[in-house]
Design a protein around this ligand. Structure first.
Ligand code: FBP
Length: 549
């Protein structure tokens, strides 16, 4: 395959491992753990994997002789920069245990395990993919692993290939499935370990022990570069308002990090909209007020960052989605095979008056998205909803009213952008290249330690990578019970933007200045070579979260 000069240079990059992982390790147990909430229910659902201790790796002066180990790996869910380095770290890790160890990659996500579709990942294949973006080494998918039939079917191929452990690289839903799989295999004495790795550009798989999910750092740097370029254009032509939607299905971490990087005129944080019980019209009015205020100084231009998940956080719409999910779950049989129009009529006739009114107030295409499209985990596919256009159209309407009242005397011309897929497969930043390689290598150490139901954990991430701390966190520790698709389910708790957290407070303290004055920052592209302060900086979210610790 032909490669660009940068691809060749990146292929030669040697990710920096935490010092502790560079030699033989021993697992040191911490205290037994509890789930973040609903302890009794989670314990009852995970009798074999609940309450396990946290693990921390320390150097071992007397390394044990390793035996060859076969491991299976799965990429699950949306792409995130660095996935290939998790796999190369895992490969190098199991080869360090024994050079005859083998790695099998299941194809196109968890479905590959169930359908027995796999390839052996050899040194030649792995070397082609080191430090590259994308998940194309084995592909990814969103098949939900949840039934006994799926687990048993997977076990057939696991036994055939003499696999000792499965490593699932995924987000909160995929790692929830990893925990369920680990519990099942332990309960039936299958002798198969399951280890998770925290992946998602959305940044919402994090907690006390998992400081960030991989991919967030690179994706936000890519988006910030492009938003910076738009801001420079915007400040040159001074004639457009740019409405920029940013990926991140639920939490607003991506929008917040980009805002901290580029200092836009407006950035909406969904979690704040919910906390303040704002309506869609309230959000529109506040943007229109900023447009009018800037216009009063002759500035008929600006940037608005919009988190992809906004629509789900507007309290009235959140209630509507919850009822839609319940109606769909309770009437699965009655609605199977209905045409789209008939299904819409059925749903509308089963909604409460208040939710039916909310649905009727939305543009037809948005209403249809909320009613009909779900991913395999039951999530509304928010990336398909054009919130940026919806908001700018409503702002234009509002400005007409304000102009008639004498409160707006400017021009409003809007352009729209959606940044999501542009950043998910970028070559990983140095941070993500190192972090991912360490996560994968550390997963091999967890396999060697013989544990199951753990997530690979690398901490101390604002320090140079050699000082990072390595270990494992029981996945059940991150779980709580949530109402999903009409039923209570154990799931990993999503980390939303904390309104009392340092990143949000930094943003809130400066946003009025950014709204009125033009304070744009132009971060430029990811740098791989050069001084550490340019090339090796973690996200501002991580840095602010760690300040004072
Ligand atoms: P994961 O949670 O699986 O990491 O995926 C996140 C994400 O990139 C969201 O930001 C986005 O809403 C969604 O995937 C898009 O899904 P798809 O890749 O199926 O279009």
């Amino acid at each position: 395959m032909k490669k660009s000069p940068l691809q060749k240079a990146r292929a030669a990059y040697k990710p920096k491992l935490p010092v502790v992982l560079t030699g033989a390790v021993k697992a040191v147990e911490g205290k037994p753990t509890e789930s973040v909430a609903d302890q009794a229910q989670i314990k009852a659902l995970f009798p074999n994997t609940y309450g396990l201790p946290e693990l921390r790796f320390e150097k071992n002066s007397t390394p044990a002789a390793g035996r060859p180990v076969n491991v299976g790996v799965i990429l699950s869910g949306g792409q995130a920069p660095g996935g290939h380095n998790v796999i190369s770290g895992l490969f190098d890790g199991i080869k360090r245990i024994h050079r005859d160890s083998r790695l099998f990659g299941f194809l196109m996500g968890p479905g590959g395990l169930v359908d027995h579709k796999y390839i052996e990942l050899t040194a030649a294949i792995i070397d082609e993919y080191r430090n590259t973006g994308g998940f194309d080494i084995i592909g990814s998918g969103r098949t939900k692993l949840e039934t006994k039939e799926q687990f048993d079917k997977g076990l057939e191929i696991i036994k055939e290939l003499d696999i000792k452990a499965i490593v699932i690289i995924g987000g909160d839903d995929s790692n929830t499935n990893a925990a369920v799989l680990a519990e099942y295999y332990k309960a039936i004495g299958a002798g198969v370990q399951v280890i998770g790795c925290p992946k998602t550009i959305d940044g919402d798989l994090k907690n006390e022990c998992i400081e960030t999910s991989f991919g967030f750092d690179t994706a936000t740097k890519v988006y910030s570069e492009v938003i910076g370029n738009i801001q420079r254009d915007c400040n040159s032509a001074k004639k457009y308002w740019h409405f920029i939607k940013l990926m991140g299905r639920s939490a607003s971490h991506i929008a917040l990090e980009c805002a901290l990087q580029v200092q836009p005129n407006v950035c909406i944080i969904s979690e704040e909209i919910e906390a303040k019980d704002m309506t869609l019209q309230d959000v529109v009015n506040s943007i229109a007020d900023t447009v009018a205020a800037r216009a009063s100084y002759g500035n008929n231009f600006g940037t608005v960052l919009i988190p992809e998940g906004l629509i789900e956080f507007i309290p009235a719409i959140k209630k509507l989605i919850a009822e839609l999910n319940n109606v769909l779950a309770a009437n699965a049989e009655a609605t199977a095979g209905l045409s789209t129009d008939a299904l819409e009529d059925f749903i509308k006739s089963h909604l409460s008056e208040a939710n039916a009114a909310t649905l009727a107030s939305l543009p037809a295409n948005v209403a249809r998205q909320l009613m009909l499209d779900r991913d395999p985990h039951g999530n509304v596919q928010v990336s398909l909803i054009e919130t940026e256009k919806l908001l700018s159209e409503m702002v234009a309407e509002r400005l007409k009213v304000m102009a008639a009242e004498g409160n707006f005397n400017g021009k409003f011309s809007a352009l729209h952008h959606f940044f999501g897929y542009e950043g998910r497969c970028a070559d990983p930043s140095n941070f993500d290249a190192d972090y991912c390689y360490a996560l994968g290598f550390n997963a091999a150490c967890l396999v060697n330690a013989g544990v199951t139901g753990y997530m690979s954990s690398i901490r101390n991430l604002t320090k140079p990578s050699v000082q990072w701390i390595a270990g494992g966190i029981p996945i059940t520790m991150m779980m709580n019970i949530e109402h999903r698709n009409g039923a209570d389910k154990p799931v990993i708790q999503k980390a939303l933007v904390r309104l009392d957290g340092a990143p949000f407070l930094k943003f809130a303290a400066q946003r009025d200045d950014w709204a009125m004055n033009t304070c744009y920052i132009y971060p430029g592209p990811i740098q791989y070579f050069g001084p550490a302060e340019v090339c090796d900086q973690p996200s501002l979210t991580l840095r602010y979260e760690h300040q004072g610790k």
